[in-house]
Ligand binder design. Structure first.
Ligand SMILES: [Zn+2]
Ligand SMILES: [Zn+2]
Length: 151
């Protein structure tokens, strides 16, 4: 079962011209669930697409965000772009940087009473902790491992 997304149609439908860079970035971030930073997209693509610059990647992701194809949120000062544009919360591992989606429950959407005078547009929580993989590595006593992931 595959629900392949027709990236060119999707981009055209949002009024984008189909430039090679746009298609390349879109294939990576829109064809499957993804939480990515501009730097990560750039590093993933630069081998095969030497003409692509970090700046172009950043601008392209920003355009996708403005047109509603991506959500954007911040973790540790990094802008993270999310292909899941439905309201949801996140958990982020402080060790390896993995980010997972959490469903939003109806209960949680109750705003605190201090915000009674506000018109709330969105709410986003980020739970931070150690993921099971990193907990296992801790237990195994490999505290001095190198190559700690960053997002
Ligand atoms: Zn982890
Ligand atoms: Zn997400």
């Amino acid at each position: 079962m595959s629900t392949a997304i027709d990236i060119p149609s999707l981009l055209r439908g949002h009024g984008f011209r189909l430039t090679p860079q746009r298609l390349t970035v879109a294939e990576l971030v829109l064809s499957k669930p993804a939480h990515v930073t501009a730097r990560k997209v750039y590093q993933t693509l630069k081998e095969d697409h030497p003409a692509l610059s970090l700046n172009t990647v950043y601008l392209t992701l920003g355009q996708f965000e403005k047109s509603g194809l991506l959500n954007r949120f911040e973790i540790n000062g990094n802008a993270v772009f999310d292909s899941n544009t439905m309201p949801h919360n996140h958990a982020c591992c402080s060790c390896c940087g993995v980010i997972i989606d959490l469903p939003v429950h109806q209960m949680e959407q109750q705003a605190p009473s201090l915000l009674n005078q506000w018109q709330i547009q969105t709410e986003h929580r980020i739970w931070v902790g150690l993921c099971p993989n990193c907990m296992d590595e801790d237990r195994a006593g490999k505290m001095n491992k190198s190559g700690v992931g960053s997002i």
